[in-house]
Design a protein around this ligand. Structure first.
Ligand code: GAL
Length: 717
């Protein structure tokens, strides 16, 4: 009897300790999007927190896709209460995404622990958007939908039983073929949870996989037009009169300004925050917002989410707060609807009802020592780790809803995001400040459905200032964040003109940029995109270096050269920022002819070119046949009902077309069909003469341009 019982206990224990191999059932949930469930997924996940509705109609329009991987090569094991996943990897594959990285583009050969955090200078998975989504150069994407700290071995792990073992090479061999990292045939992921949902996005191209990912998450966000103008964030303790004076100075300098960012000083207490106006600096918030509005300027309010004991929200939020404080403030459990409702009432009453246009939601990412610790708990039962992975996303969703209910678009900033956020009105920023790395982040943002701004704060020289200003004007948010030291666009008088010119160029390009964001919304194509997403442009990461050096490179390991300092703005404009100190730079031109944006002259074709750095210009190249709609230079984005003259540029010698999108610029009426999508066509007659034509617009739909277009053929024969 005793032995039988012992045997039973042993059996149970052994079963618990044994790994359980699962076979996945893939179900097509949208055209070209498949889902499988492993084990028992948790109540909260990244996509569940984001709660987006797929844009089924747009997904339907993408090219048909087959399940892109051999299903039997995707393996899952449950062991120790965790999920172990393996996806196959071919020899020639490059992997992109896996969080908002700042230094590397191709993630193959890297290990990351995707963990929400303030970026600390190393691409290790700790970042503002630790999105567990990767896109392969072979044209598919994979998303692991878990609100957990996931460890991803992206082509580094090699199993003993692999069917594709790496070649065995002796390092002593003279051939120098030995590699510190042998070939691995898989991406392995450790999910510290008893179950998880997995999604596979079909291609056939990498861009198609990204489009599917964005459309599955509702399509990209279409910002209000004013959101695409210039924004200045003022020093922390500015009062309402200081800010009104600042707006007047922008006018005096004829510098674009659509919205102003009000930093911590507007709260009656900040760090933690009251979300209530400070009466000494802001004696008349409503009057202040109204006076700004009279200048055509909107206000965006900074906050961190920690509720101050001095706030009237404090006692109400207390029953819904976590066990730990941040800067003495309560951490609201936003997974509880009643808690969100309290915030909503407070925010509508104090800000939105008087015309505040949006928020900058700070400090919801990390740093570890400032955020709530992983030992915290929350009343909903959501663990501290899960809360950390989704907090920024829930805040985005919640605030977006407040504005949607008013039928008003917002556009703001957030320091924490994650999977599922494509359709949220927020741009990521941080406190890090490497200009080249900021551009790499912009490149990488395009793989993971987030927007990133390489914000300008300060500079050591006029040269650095103009270079940074140039690149921020070619990003999702053209922003100067002067919270710390009060810099102005004209802080370096020797380059004031160049800075003003690039800001005005952005304003002139608004019809192009707005149409590009409409494409993000309706087609899922990221507005600012990596060259690796461009059709027919496969930039293979090149291996270089490898010299033995006992301190720096003890294994003669090679370093990887990858394309991380140039990108596309929309379909037609290739942006190649210059960094301070550079006298020239190399630019990789994809197949087809490319033209200089400023002169219309041929720049090259399917080749690497070297461009000389000219201080007052950011190098821009335009594709053959490209059409670029522009408006006259102006300080503010067009308002609803305005009708502007349109200059439409054509580059090169090929025929082409462009969909010019327009709507009222501020509401969600476009979702009900209140928009124009007008075709701008350039055709070529027998003699080779180019002719431009605009078809439409449809009467009764919002369209803010004159019907008579000025066509400019930039490339002279
Ligand atoms: C930081 C933020 C800055 C600025 C500052 C104000 O956390 O990243 O952009 O807002 O707070 O205290």
């Amino acid at each position: 009897m005793k032995t039988a019982r012992l045997a039973l206990v042993c059996l149970l224990l052994c079963a618990a300790a044994t790994a359980q191999q699962l076979s996945l059932q893939w179900q097509q949930v949208q055209p070209g999007v498949w889902k499988a469930v492993a084990g028992t997924p948790e109540k909260i996940s990244l996509l569940k927190a984001a709660g987006a509705t797929p844009n089924a109609a747009s997904l339907q329009k993408l090219p048909a896709a087959q399940f892109p991987l051999p299903q039997t090569d995707i393996t899952v094991r449950l062991e120790d209460g965790k999920v172990y996943l393996k996806f196959p990897l071919e020899r020639d594959e490059q992997l992109f995404g896996l969080g908002l990285n700042f230094k590397t583009v191709n993630q193959r050969g890297r290990v990351s622990q995707l963990h929400m955090d303030h970026y600390g200078g190393t691409d290790n998975g700790r970042t503002h958007a630790p999105v567990p989504f990767y896109v392969s150069s072979r044209g598919y994407g994979v998303l692991i939908d878990a609100a957990r700290y996931l460890t991803v071995y992206a082509g580094t792990a090699v199993r003993v039983d692999t069917r594709h073992p790496p070649e065995l090479i002796d390092r002593n061999d003279k051939s120098k073929k030995w590699q510190s990292m042998p070939y691995s045939d898989g991406v392995e992921v450790l999910v510290p949870a008893a179950g998880v949902e997995i999604y596979v996005f079909g291609g056939p191209t990498a861009m198609n996989a990204v489009q599917r990912y964005n459309l599955f998450n509702g399509g990209g966000y279409l910002p209000p037009k004013w959101g695409l103008g210039f924004t200045q964030r003022v020093p922390t303790l500015y009062s309402q009169s200081d800010i009104l004076r600042e707006a007047a100075e922008f006018e005096a300098h004829n510098f674009p300004l659509d919205f102003i960012g009000v930093e911590p000083g507007w709260h009656s207490m900040s760090y933690p925050c009251t979300f209530e106006w400070d009466s000494s600096r802001f004696p008349d918030p409503k009057g202040f917002i109204t006076s700004l509005a009279q200048k055509g300027v909107r206000a965006n309010l900074w906050l961190n989410p920690y509720v101050s004991p001095k706030s009237s929200l404090y006692s109400k939020v207390k029953p819904y707060a976590g066990t730990h404080t941040v800067w003495n403030g309560l951490v609201t459990d936003f997974t509880i609807p009643a808690a969100r409702q309290l915030w909503k009432e407070h925010f509508i009453k104090n800000h939105i009802s008087i015309g505040v246009s949006g928020y900058k939601m700070d400090e919801n990412d990390g740093y570890d020592k400032w955020l709530w610790p992983d030992v915290a708990s929350f009343p909903s039962g959501t663990t501290a780790e899960q809360m950390r992975q989704v907090y920024g996303v829930i805040m985005q969703k919640m605030t977006d809803e407040w504005y949607r209910e008013q039928n008003q678009r917002t556009y703001g900033l957030v320091r924490a995001s994650n999977a599922g956020a494509s359709n949220f009105p927020y741009v990521i920023y941080n406190d890090y400040y490497s200009h080249p790395d900021f551009i790499t982040a912009l490149v990488n943002s395009s793989f993971i459905g987030v927007l990133w701004t390489p914000e300008v704060r300060a500079s050591k020289s006029a040269e650095e200032w103009v270079r940074r200003m140039q690149s921020v004007c070619f990003s999702p948010m053209a922003m100067l964040n002067a919270w710390a030291d009060g810099t102005k666009p004209w802080s370096f008088p020797e380059v004031e003109k160049a800075v003003q010119e690039v800001a005005m160029l952005r304003m002139r390009l608004l019809p192009y940029i707005y149409s590009t964001f409409a494409q993000y919304h309706f087609e899922g194509k990221p507005p600012f995109r990596s060259m690796n997403l461009i059709d027919g442009f496969a930039y293979a990461a090149r291996e270089t270096g490898g010299k033995l050096d006992a301190t720096l490179n003890p294994y003669e390991a090679k370093t990887r050269a990858e394309l991380k300092d140039q990108y596309m703005m929309g379909d037609n404009i290739l942006v190649a920022p210059v960094f301070a100190g550079e006298k020239s730079r190399k630019v990789q031109l994809p197949a087809g002819k490319w033209y200089d944006f400023y002169t219309g002259q041929l720049a090259g074709e399917n080749q690497e070119i070297t461009v000389t750095a000219v201080l007052d210009k950011i190098p821009l190249f335009v594709k053959d046949g490209a059409i670029i709609p522009m408006i006259p230079a102006r300080r503010q984005a067009p308002k609803a009902g305005e009708v502007l003259p349109l200059e439409v540029r054509h580059y090169g010698t090929a025929a082409g077309s462009f969909t010019l999108y327009d709507d009222d610029g501020t509401t969600f009426n476009y979702e009900k069909g209140a928009f124009s999508a007008v075709m701008l066509n350039v055709s070529k007659d027998k003699s080779g003469t180019l002719k431009g034509e605009m078809s439409g617009p449809v009467a009764g739909k919002p369209f803010g341009y004159e019907k008579k277009v000025k066509w400019v053929f930039m490339t002279k024969k």
